[in-house]
Design a protein around this ligand. Sequence first.
Ligand code: F6P
Length: 363
Amino acid sequence: KKKVLVLTGGGDCPGLNAVIRGIAKRAKREKDWEVYGSIEAFNGVFSEPTEIIKLTSVSTGGIHVKGGTILKTTNKNSPVKYPVIQSDGTVQFVDRSDELIQKIKSLGFDAVINIGGDGSQKISKVLYEKGLPVIGVPKTIDNDLSATDLTFGFQTAVQIASDSFDKLVTTAESHHRVMIMEVMGRDAGWIALHTAIAGGAEVCLIPEIPYDINKIVKRINMRYKKGRGFVNIVISEGAKPKEGTITSTAGEKGSEHVRLGGVAYALSKQLKDAGCQAEIRETVLGHVQRGGSPIAFDRVLATLFGVKAFELVLEKGFGRMVAYKNNNITSVTLEEATKEYNFVSKDSYLVKAAKGLGVSFGD
Ligand code: F6P
């Protein structure tokens, strides 16, 4: 029988299990194929003995409704930049891709399906160029991959953020407070922007549009003057003030400040420093945005991605990544898939519409 190896890499995301099940169910229709899963990305292949499990239509039954990934995942241990601890305790990164390909082939696999975000697909590309028959499946709650109009997990993250936002609105209103809610998204503001529109935020701060703190204070004061007395702000973890308007570490990607949910707290301080009189409270949603069951839309998208990925294996369409384009499930080359990111354009209709609704971006 022919064998396909499936793995999930990078951060987890609602819908991963639906992809895995989609692959296993579709493969059941092909009598000469078997599906296997490597535990914790490629670690399952590297480990001795290997940690590789058989995936069948029965063993994956019903998993599409569950969050996380039954195959586990990691955003460390890239085979191209594998961390090896030296005798003196320091870490050196080595390229183990040739060894990995050799091992996958010696284990008798005819194809690999790598489900993961930008980092994982860059790895897929390297492995494909070195001769491994790979298919990529895009995954990220951030929705920042340009080769696909949508990624599964994004709408679920927006739903979770919107539900939380709604809850913050009622308490903001009761206490006449300014509520700041920080959401994920890395360098892209998609989650924040969609949540701001879905929830009806007064202010939405995203990485793509640096903000002027004074404009936000003005917007807040306007609301309080009108006697409505509460404001709900959504801020993306990568949002930053306009250069020169503020001296703060907030928004500097990778800074410890940001990792700790710093932008919400930094913004709170900046508002006070800029003369905001209202009481402010901060909420950092964090990883709840990535947890739990995917909403129906993401289950469907992820399942279709799984089915398509296996069909690409059958067609020998290696070196490609599954994509959702113009309401259609299709595929693109891994080259195209990893070329650029998908950021919010300040000239997009989405931003214009939000502004038309009265949302301030602080620009
Ligand atoms: O890329 C997905 C994401 O959830 C980002 O939105 C966030 O910045 C990051 O991953 C968090 O990573 P980790 O799970 O390693 O803390």
